[in-house]
Design a protein around this ligand. Sequence first.
Ligand code: SF4
Length: 374
Amino acid sequence: MKGEVFTAVMIVKPPGKIRVEEAVLDSDLVSTLRKNLPHAKLEVADRISEAVEPDPDVVEVVHFKGRFLKSCPGTRHYSCCGYRILHFGVQCNLACSYCVLQAYLNLPNLRLFGNTRELIAELESELDSHTERLHRIGTGEFTDSLLLDPWTEWTTRLVPLFAQRNNAVLELKTKTNFIENLRNLDHRGHTIASWSLNAGLIAKREEPRAASLDERFHAAARCASWGYPLAFHFDPMIEHEGWRKGYGEILDRLFDAVDPSRVVWISLGAFRFMPDLKPLIRGKHPRSRYIHGEFIRGLDDKMRYFRDIRIELYSFMLERIRRVDPDLCVYLCMEGRDIWREVFGFSPEDRGGLPNMLDSAVKERMNTGNDFAA
Ligand code: SF4
């Protein structure tokens, strides 16, 4: 066990079992897990079924046969950010009540992909074969980017790899404060340390196992002191009594904790969900009242707040962010042009599209010399 992360409040227990598929038993990932979890019981199987009993104490390591790089699941109806996901594992046990993974995945346990050489080879081949474009890649879509990092040390492989590529940035999105492995890495400003945030009441009630907001801010400030660019995501924004005060306070605390000029972007996304998620939230999180609000079905079949509410949420946040830093890149996740125009007075298409806006933010805000020059 190493580093300060373990002197902080430990929000997640180290796994007590490593269940491994035979095909990846000799992988670097399994060696690293065994080194960092010397007391964990090792179980080996030919194949680990998806239909197993949930076991919060286990981390599974399997041989993944699909593509490791995926497009972010945007739809043609909404402005998409053009972000791609490096798929290194699935599931998360931080247990946020609104988590889409509850409905999206039928895998009960934390699962990592052990064929890491193939993952790295696919990533390098993609970055090297499209040198003309800026690759924005993240790992926090099907799991939390840093949840298992104290034991996998994944960031110690990925961060230096991105540091060597002039045309790529990595975004690590988390609700933990597991940043210790980032401390001494030569990142060359190519990795964005990023946190999901919410109003205090929502974080406390609906994100019970995540790091506290203070711990997230503290971790962000430390990453900034190590030279990492930062990003923040207010997603899902949940309408609740006193939401203006709640979100306003979090923005104040955020800008007290970090220098806004270090922030590459802030995204905003109002709560939305596939209809299948509602009974799951009602069953597993009976005290979560927000699911009983009024919603309409969007073009992507997801349920979402009425447009006036979404516009109010976003406009409030934008105005408060603009007061602090008028040039900070703020964007909406999964919203159409009409909402953009109401909130910002322009749509991404007016500025060359959302991917272009985010590429510009990287070029302007990331302290990387000429690496991202147009
Ligand atoms: S941190 Fe993210 S992935 Fe994990 S439970 Fe919460 S919403 Fe889901």
